[in-house]
Ligand binder design. Structure first.
Ligand SMILES: [Zn+2]
Length: 324
């Protein structure tokens, strides 16, 4: 911790994020942490990059479990430069790759888990990525999108982007049918070990990590009626509580963009259901008086370490300007 740049950032961070009633809470969001860089998804953070980010973060910030941070945010007793680390979805690499790094650096984290994919399931984005990875044809027609080359990594990356854009807001059955036709025609066997098993969720909980709800099937809540949204949220919570034997008090909205992926009535629903806090994917930092059922988060996993601290500082500075 003797690097001048780190000292500068710490001082800057303390100015923008003091202790007490004027405190700011930065919440980081991760998804996968791969053992090594994957050329098909080069922006996804790998173990080495994650470790550099965690080392830097633990030097610059006071890292707290999310539930403690939220209660201290409410009571105006947060430390200066307060931050939390969170993971969405429940990837097995969170337990296998990220957790040992978190443990080594003494960093608490919260894992928001969509329970319907545990024990062998695959989420839709991964179905697309893993299908395209395994297509052996050099060229293929995707109905409604066009004919694409698949002969090298760059063209496979382009196809993944096009498919995800084309399918993102279609109905669940429409997009599953679309992908299943490709999977059947190419005779593709998808992996069944991308998401955690129940015993990995239990291990994280037993190690003192936070476990939060993220629904069962990861639907876009704004596309459901309110009763179905309640069933998704309650069902995910019950499954996690049965798995870990501990109450689940925090929640993350699937996709998480306010007004698009969930609405105010969903935030009200989560509060009524007895959760203590919920996190979104809106950018920014929280401060005393922020809606604890719509806490913003910061996405650092797609950038190299050189820009990581600058973006962390920029996130704090932006909130200082906006809220000054
Ligand atoms: Zn998610």
């Amino acid at each position: 911790m003797a690097y001048p740049m780190d000292l500068l950032l710490r001082t800057f961070g303390a100015l923008c994020s003091p202790a007490g009633a004027g405190a700011r809470l930065s919440i980081l969001i991760y998804h996968r942490v791969l053992p090594a860089v994957d050329p098909l998804t080069p922006d996804v953070v790998d173990a080495a990059r994650f470790e550099s980010q965690m080392r830097l973060l633990s030097c610059l910030f006071n890292l707290l479990p999310l539930s403690e941070a939220v209660s201290r945010l409410n009571s105006g007793t947060l430390p200066a430069r307060a931050a939390c680390v969170t993971f969405d979805d429940g990837y097995a690499d969170n337990a296998e790759v990220a957790f040992p790094i978190l443990k080594k650096h003494g960093i608490p984290a919260t894992f928001f888990i969509a329970t319907g994919y545990l024990n062998g399931g695959i989420m839709f984005n991964d179905k697309v990525i893993e299908t395209v990875r395994r297509i052996s044809s050099e060229e293929m027609e995707f109905p409604g999108i066009g004919v694409f080359r698949l002969s090298d990594m760059q063209s496979k990356r382009d196809v993944i982007r096009q498919l995800l854009t084309f399918l993102k807001y279609r109905s669940v059955s429409e997009r599953q049918d679309f992908m299943n036709r490709i999977i059947d025609s190419e005779k593709i066997a998808l992996p069944n070990d991308l998401m955690m098993r129940s015993d990995q969720v239990r291990m994280l909980a037993g190690e003192g990590m936070g476990i939060g709800g993220h629904t069962i099937n990861h639907p876009i809540l704004s596309g459901l009626d309110l009763e179905s949204a309640r069933e998704e949220i309650a069902g995910g919570r019950t499954a996690l509580e049965e798995m870990t034997g501990s109450p689940v008090r925090t929640f993350a909205y699937p996709n998480g963009i306010p007004g698009r992926d969930y609405r105010v009535e969903h935030a009200r629903l989560v509060a009524e259901m007895g959760f203590e806090a919920a996190v979104t994917t809106a950018k920014g930092v929280a401060r005393q008086g922020s809606d604890v059922f719509q806490l913003p988060r910061f996405t650092p996993w797609d950038i190299p370490i050189s820009r990581f601290s600058i973006r962390l500082a920029g996130n704090l500075l932006q909130s200082k300007i906006l809220t000054a």
